[in-house]
Design a protein around this ligand. Structure first.
Ligand code: C2E
Ligand code: MG
Ligand code: MG
Length: 589
């Protein structure tokens, strides 16, 4: 703005008739107003609550603020005071306290997340204090800005509580249970044996679900959970850890006895029948307990321990407490599995051959191929590693290897003797192979690769395989018969083969389990069973082999009863391929 000036009495006087001092003052006032307007304009343009605070004589007050700030701070300069001490949100509480510290301190900026300090319905903010550049002759100024985070915090909170809750029963879920157990384990005051975890499994739940439908199953779960709650103390934590399994975290005053007493109470509240629609059903449960000790690393481990005990509880029908040795057995099984995988892949397994002898003539009719595993200088029994192989699925590979290797060995013997030896080789077949592998393809492949005919191979299948999946077994065995392969039923008498399947399946040979053979001479019942099996086989046109013959007397008695073949330590233990061939040559020279 241009003002025309003239000189009056030696002083420069403006057009409006003001002297220098007055002009300076007027200009300063004008600048002040301009700055104020600019500041206000900036604050109003911001999308967040903001206020400029001026500190004069250690007394902070609000110089200007935007409408969002007025709303959040519930403050209005037309009614209240501009002094910070009069602004509700800045007076005390988490924001006010830190503001006081910031003003006195050396920092140029400070940002934090907080609430407005109200215990109920409080709001959440990200707050920032920022000092503005000091201007000579001007008071200190700072900018206070606040971003309202309430909606975001509440959404996160409700998502989290949903994440930690089982929607059906309203109980904490496994995640939340684990968090709680982990918190107990991490507490510096935690001592061994102060807490226990109980795993509770509703018995026969899947039956109810199958027979009455999922709705009834849900209703049962809810009622079951309510009963559990009624048996617990308010300080115990109950959670639904999986489908029909519940977890309880409880403090112990007198050791495990407390946990066992709680288990008793749970069993008692379950004795009354449950009402489901129009039906009354009885529900029982199995309970496994595990103590929290400093040797367990995580909640997952404690729960797993309780589940081991639970497994035993299901078998025994009584509440069980976890013993650390169980975990060792499982760990051994796990490491065995890893090592077995390596052994199979690196072909570290071998086959041993046990002679099968015709009882009437003493002639060796063939050999059974039995897997052997020498691991770190120790021979591990197939009774131990075959179940591991079956459980892990490794048996498919192992079984194929045994088939290939056994047929190759027979072909090799033929080659070395320059004849087609009158020998039959037996290979064991697991029910897992029948259900998961293309056994027929594998057998055809092995025979073709070795160049031997199917009539020189016997496959031994245990009774349990038949019970497992009778239709698949029937299809597989019939297809194997088309390859001319002989089928033997191994360990006969120990399973539950029905007469019907014995009659319909193409079985050529029954191998009488050694448990009947061994005590046959002394034990009347065993002898009766062996006799019955022999006449059954004769009636069905099957051949027979007695397993586990250790004495001459047994061999004689079995021969007299009409058993055709025998196998056992009397003749020989299973031996390496080389020795087996020598054994045969010695007896057939
Ligand atoms: P199995 O097929 O019933 O084999 C006979 C078992 O009885 C063999 O045990 C053999 O050494 C043992 N045996 C033979 N004669 C006597 C005797 O006079 N007295 C005593 N006390 N025992 C005798 P092994 O080799 O320990 O094999 C155990 C089981 O492991 C086998 O029983 C078979 O079910 C399984 N198995 C072995 N190799 C394989 C394989 O390659 N595949 C599959 N699926 N299973 C196999
Ligand atoms: Mg066998
Ligand atoms: Mg057997």
């Amino acid at each position: 703005m241009q003002t025309a000036a003239k000189r009056v009495d030696g002083k420069t006087v403006s057009a409006a008739g003001l002297d220098d001092e007055e002009v300076a003052l007027a200009a300063a006032a004008q600048l002040g107003t301009i700055l104020e307007t600019v500041r206000q304009g900036y604050l109003d343009a911001l999308p967040i609550a903001a206020a400029m605070i001026t500190i004069e004589d250690e007394e902070p007050f609000i110089e200007c603020a935007n409408d969002l700030f007025r709303l959040v701070a519930e403050w209005d300069e037309r009614i209240g005071d501009r002094a910070i001490a009069r602004v509700p949100i800045l007076r005390a509480g988490p924001i006010g306290n830190r503001l006081g510290v910031f003003i006195k301190g050396p920092d140029s900026a400070y940002q934090f997340d907080t609430t407005d300090g109200r215990p109920i319905g409080g709001r959440h903010f990200t707050v920032r204090f920022a000092g503005l550049k000091k201007v000579e002759g001007q008071p200190r100024r700072m900018l206070l800005s606040m971003i309202d985070k309430t909606a975001q915090v509440e959404t996160e909170r409700s998502l989290r509580s949903e994440m930690l809750r089982d929607t059906l029963t309203g109980l904490p879920n496994r995640l939340s249970f684990n968090e709680k157990v982990d918190a107990v384990l991490a507490d510096p005051n935690f001592r061994d044996g102060q807490y226990a975890v109980l795993a509770v499994d509703m018995t026969r739940f899947s039956r109810v679900n199958e027979c009455m439908g999922a709705m009834a199953g849900d209703e049962l779960l809810i009622t079951f959970a309510r009963r559990l709650v009624s048996a617990l103390r308010p300080t115990d934590m109950l959670a639904r850890t999986s489908g029909d399994e519940f977890g309880i975290l409880m403090r112990l005053n007198r050791g495990m006895a407390d946990a066992l007493r709680a288990a008793e109470r749970i069993k008692t509240v379950l004795t009354l029948p449950f009402r489901l629609s129009d039906l009354e059903i009885r529900v029982d449960c199995a309970i496994g307990c595990a103590a929290l000790t400093s040797s367990v690393a995580s909640a997952d481990e404690v729960l797993r321990n309780a589940q081991f005990a639970l497994k035993r509880a299901k078998r025994s029908g009584t509440t069980q407490v976890y013993e650390p040795v169980e975990a060792q057995a499982v760990r051994r099984q796990f490491s065995l599995e890893t090592e077995l995988r390596v052994a199979i892949e690196s072909e570290a397994l071998t086959l041993a051959f046990q002679p099968l002898v015709e009882l009437s003539s003493g002639r060796v009719s063939g050999f059974e191929a039995l897997a052997r595993w020498e691991h770190e200088g120790q021979v591990i029994s197939p009774a131990e590693f075959i179940p591991v192989a079956e459980e892990s699925g490794l048996i498919v590979q192992l079984g194929r290897w045994a088939l290939d290797h056994a047929t190759q060995t027979l072909a090799d013997w033929d080659r070395r003797t320059g004849t087609r030896l009158p020998l039959n080789i037996s290979v064991n077949l697991s029910f897992i192979q029948v259900s998961r592998d293309d056994v027929v393809g594998a057998v055809a492949g092995a025979l073709a690769a070795a160049g031997i005919t199917g009539d020189r191979l016997t496959l031994e299948l245990t009774e349990s395989a038949v019970a497992h999946d009778p239709e698949k077994v029937a299809r597989t065995l019939n297809a194997l018969k088309r390859l001319d392969v002989r089928i033997a039923m191994d360990d006969f008498g120990t399973g539950y083969t029905s007469m019907a399947s014995l009659q319909t399946l193409p079985i050529d040979l029954l191998k009488i389990d050694q448990s009947f053979v061994t005590g046959m001479l002394e034990d009347h019942d065993s002898r009766a069973i062996v006799r019955a099996i022999l006449s059954l086989a004769a009636a069905l046109g099957m051949q027979t082999t007695a397993e586990g013959i250790e004495t001459e007397a047994l061999a004689l008695a079995l021969g007299e009863l009409g058993c055709i073949y025998g196998q056992g330590f009397l003749y020989s233990q299973a031996m390496p391929a080389e020795d087996a061939l020598t054994y045969w040559l010695d007896r057939n020279a």
